[in-house]
Design a protein around this ligand. Sequence first.
Ligand code: ATP
Ligand code: MG
Length: 336
Amino acid sequence: MSDRKRILSGMRATNPRLHLGNYEGALRTWVRLQEDHKLYCMVADYHALTTMGDLPPDLARNSREVAKDFVAAGIDPERSSVFVQSMVPEHAELHLVFSMVTGLGKLERVPTFKEKKDDLGEGRQVSYGLLGYPVLQAADILLYRPFGVPVGKDQAPHLELSREIGRSFNAAFECEVFPEFVDIINEDELRSKLPGLDADESGTLRKMSKSYDNCIYLSDTPDETAERIKGAFTTPTKLRKTDPGVPEGCAVCQYLKLYSPDWEAQWDEDRQGVRGCMQNKKELTEALNEFLRPMRERRALLDDGAIDDILRRGAEEARDFAAQTMRDVRSAMRLV
Ligand code: ATP
Ligand code: MG
């Protein structure tokens, strides 16, 4: 078994396609971390079920496609274990154990539970699974007894709850099965909250999110990327090239900052009214398609058979580790 420090990372399989925000906010960090850590890279299919309502979509397809995006984005299946949550039954087992050491009040107070419950609306059933979401998340993480977990700023409270659940287990069974882990927070402001292609009613950029349908998808073709950029939000008062732009509030300029080496000159010219939005969009399309090219090349090599092999191997490696944790858990609980 590898002696590199372990990292657990994951994403829900609520959609078959990951977007540029998912890459900048999460995947980019994972790809960097796998250089000197052992990365367990999970597609969370059980988690997708907590908010998907009553019509189960094709989850297996979602999981496969998300895994393809992981590998296309640069997760190396030779170094990292890429797997689907439900293929490692120890996640469900540890979830059950943790449910015994987690107070109900604590779960009811989780802000995302209240929000999601309200989103479901009157008369809709609130499932036990929705309430228990953070318990499953704690199991996902602690099963690998990781050194750290990469996370967006908004998820920090969930991770605190995972740590508390680990501590509760250790206290209840007078053991040290679950050591503390650290949060690896993405401090890059633009990348950790990448704006989408549109703006809200007040003309302010908002987060790229599949719920807003304002995304550039990692699996888009170069032409699709070009089309999406054509429709992107720019300075609303810049109707002609000579009108001054406000790059801070323009989606295209924000992306230029990330993907174009010449962005500072481009921003100056945009502000001064010597460059138009069309030119920005054209140059962004070139820069972004260049950036996405290696991802597209890797993705082209991945058919369903190839990704299934990767996921099978990944689940075996994950189970090797998870099974040892469960042996220690059972022994601490005197189940055996
Ligand atoms: P939903 O609309 O269902 O919430 P989403 O598009 O916001 O979906 P998530 O599945 O919530 O995507 O997020 C998966 C991961 O990607 C999380 O780590 C999250 O922090 C990150 N992420 C999502 N959107 C962005 C974004 N716009 N910028 C940076 N990171 C993002
Ligand atoms: Mg989200």
